[in-house]
Write a protein that binds this ligand. Structure first.
Ligand SMILES: Cc1cc2nc3c(=O)[nH]c(=O)nc-3n(C[C@H](O)[C@H](O)[C@H](O)COP(=O)(O)OP(=O)(O)OC[C@H]3O[C@@H](n4cnc5c(N)ncnc54)[C@H](O)[C@@H]3O)c2cc1C
Length: 650
């Protein structure tokens, strides 16, 4: 029985209005009802999910007309299960607008073997590192989130709500493990979410019942979430999700704002990007070129995890910008030298221990590294095969182009104030003229976000997040004036960086100075960059600092060196709470979101940071684990401040 009918059946079998009948799905209509019954019975008798055709037919009747439908599946099967969903969605004129399929399986690491899907995905299949990977189809209308981890871990790490669970594994362990799993499913479920399993899969029936699921009386493997009460959650980041009505106003047209416009478009939301300059990316994102790459850390803490997930997203975004938007750059790899030479064997062991695949990072001996980059390297290095360089303004433009008609640019429009008014958030210019109003605003205007927030905060309270401003200057020389420097074929980074020649220029840098507001390009900074270049390459080129050109910019950096993302905390309301232990408990300013604090990593972070911001606005599945989300959540500093207050008062 198709899923939509199932719910109706349990309500007493009332007739559905014709337009709502499950026969609307052509996938269902294509089968004769008798045949369909047989397939369903086979599926339940053996393994409900072993017959993917059956569950896909049911799914497509459940998603009819829905704006977003999220499927959580515990079986990978070389990608063929996802392919079935994709094909059913493509063939269904009554499909949901957005389909998200989340596949949880360690088998993902063995690669996509379903031929039609493998061909479609081609070289964009990611190196499977131990973090979620998002693949986008049909301009973002179908998204596939791969979670290469154990089922139990994934249930804890998922930040989403699920409309349909497809379970083919048996809940591991004893009755209490079964109860825990059923509770975890209930935590992700909406009222009315559906669960497909069989007698041989999923938690046991009593665990499902006590978690609030109701079983279809004629199908042991079909459950519907029907909680008898709605649990009282504390105020959660989910509460800040915004209505789908007016376009989202994005303040700032640098990498952050442009990427947010694209990520919103992928989730089906319109936006208006409001930028004070006459063109995009005129401030920090205006350097001629910059690097993107991951990092390796033996502890694999939040930085390494976020940089890894972000670098893989950046690689995809840059590859698209290069191939389809005429942007300058390269995704041909990048060498990273460490400050200390820990020796190749130790580096290799770290990669083995962390399970990082060679498609993401490799440890190279000095000899291998020299062969890769074409100049002498004297220590072992990290090699990021998908890292590289790009012109940031070009990348920003490509995001806007990819957002297409879903975004509108308003350049030459400086936002002086942000106020909460009865009809939404109002943006005004310096003369008090109303620029725009919307339920939803994203602060993607780097350090200026805090200035706009200040009047909304209690007078003596600390800032919503701490941001430090670090001046940076890059240096550039004509290749003919680079003093016989041996130039690398790929970017090299470490303490400082050097890019391969671009249009007859070499670019290297950069300085980092706190509390320095000087916008002029200084010879002293060029000399600093030259000294760094010598240490990085082991060469001492005869370059005259006075003949170098350069550019200055400001990195806005948090004290934990991670970005500020998602719903803006309501600091006023938070001050009144006695218990604040995690960001999910922090009250949020409704409809107000941040995407800022990119520090020295905006090129690497923009695509992933924007997806996280868009997910926090639309309620789409988060592309990172919830434990990592806590480390980049805009409300984390409010939690830390509350802990400090509690210690002081203890
Ligand atoms: C010297 C240097 C080298 C760097 N190298 C690298 C690198 O190699 N790799 C890397 O990943 N990152 C690098 N970075 C960092 C990277 O450039 C930044 O992280 C990134 O550009 C920040 O993007 P953003 O959109 O947050 O900020 P910005 O690019 O500053 O964008 C903010 C935008 O908001 C607009 N705005 C602000 N206030 C308002 C307002 N009130 N109304 C309307 N518009 C407003 C601004 O005009 C601006 O366009 C480097 C930075 C520097 C300084």
């Amino acid at each position: 029985m198709p899923a939509r009918c199932l719910a109706q059946h349990e309500r007493g079998g009332a007739r559905l209005p014709r337009s709502d009948r499950c026969t609307r799905s052509p996938v269902v209509m294509a089968e004769c009802p008798r045949r369909r019954r047989h397939r369903m019975t086979d599926a339940v008798a053996s393994d409900a999910t072993g017959s993917p055709g059956a569950f896909v037919a049911e799914l497509s009747s459940a998603w009819t007309g829905r704006p977003r439908f999220v499927v959580l599946d515990d079986c990978f099967d070389g990608g063929s299960r996802f392919l079935q969903c994709l094909q059913a969605w493509r063939a269904d004129p009554h499909r949901c607008t957005q389909l998200h399929v989340i596949t949880v399986s360690t088998d993902v690491a063995s690669g996509c073997t379903a031929p039609a899907l493998a061909q479609e995905i081609g070289s964009t299949w990611p190196p499977i590192t131990p973090n979620p990977h998002r693949l986008s189809f049909e301009g973002g209308q179908v998204q596939w989130l791969l979670m290469p981890m154990a089922w139990r871990d994934a249930l804890r790490e998922l930040a989403t709500t699920v409309d349909a669970f497809v379970l083919s594994h048996r809940a591991a362990g004893d009755a209490s493990a079964s109860r825990r799993e059923a509770k975890a499913l209930a935590r992700l479920a909406r009222a009315d979410s559906l669960v497909w399993c069989s007698a041989a899969s999923g938690p046991d029936a009593s665990a499902m019942r006590s978690a609030g699921f109701v079983q279809a009386h004629d199908h042991a493997g079909r459950w519907r979430h029907a909680p008898s009460f709605v649990p009282r959650h504390g105020p959660s980041r989910r509460a800040a999700q915004s209505p789908d009505s007016a376009p989202v106003l994005v303040i700032g047209g640098g990498l952050a704002g442009c990427a947010v416009a694209w990520a919103l478009a992928e989730q089906g939301r319109d936006s208006v990007v409001v930028e004070r300059h006459q063109a995009l990316a005129m401030e920090t994102s205006g350097n001629p070129a910059g690097l993107f790459h991951g990092t390796v850390n033996p502890q694999d803490g939040a930085h390494a995890r976020f940089n890894r997930a972000a670098a893989l997203e950046a690689q995809r975004a840059v590859a698209i910008a290069l191939a389809g938007h005429g942007v300058q750059g390269s995704v041909q790899g990048l060498l990273r030298l460490e400050d200390q030479d820990n020796g190749w064997p130790a580096m290799h062991d770290t990669l083995q221990r962390l399970g990082l695949p060679p498609g993401y990072v490799q440890a190279l001996t000095a000899q291998q590294a020299s062969a890769r980059c074409g100049i002498a390297v004297h220590h072992p290095v990290w090699w990021y095969p998908g890292g590289g360089w790009v012109q940031p303004a070009g990348l920003a433009r490509s995001f806007i182009e990819r957002a297409g008609r879903r975004t509108v640019l308003r350049t030459g429009c400086a936002v002086e104030s942000l106020t909460r008014e009865p009809n939404g958030w109002a943006l005004r210019d310096a003369s008090g003229r109303l620029l725009a109003v919307s339920d939803t605003v994203v602060l993607a205007n780097a350090g200026d976000a805090l200035r706009l927030l200040r009047p909304l905060m209690p007078a003596a309270s600390p800032e919503a997040w701490p941001l430090q401003k670090l001046r940076g200057q890059i240096s550039m020389a004509l290749t003919g004036e680079s003093g016989a420097l041996d130039l690398p074929r790929v970017p090299i980074t470490g303490a400082g960086y050097l890019l391969p020649p671009i249009d007859g220029m070499i670019l290297f840098g950069a300085t980092s100075q706190a509390g320095d507001d000087d916008p002029t390009v200084r010879d002293s900074d060029h000399r600093h960059n030259l000294a760094q270049l010598s240490r990085l390459t082991g060469q001492t080129p005869q370059i005259n600092a006075a003949r170098l050109t350069g550019r200055t910019g400001w990195r806005w950096t948090t004290d934990d060196r991670l970005p500020v993302l998602g719903a803006v905390p309501d600091v006023n309301a938070a001050l009144g709470l006695t218990r604040l232990e995690q960001p999910a408990q922090v009250p949020r300013a409704p409809g107000l979101h941040a995407c800022t604090g990119f520090g020295s990593r905006g090129i690497t972070w923009a695509a992933l940071a924007a997806q996280i911001t868009a997910a926090s606005i639309t309620g789409a599945p988060m592309p990172i684990e919830s434990s990592l989300l806590n480390s980049v959540d805009a409300a984390r500093f409010v939690v830390r401040e509350a802990a400090r207050r509690a210690r002081r008062n203890a």
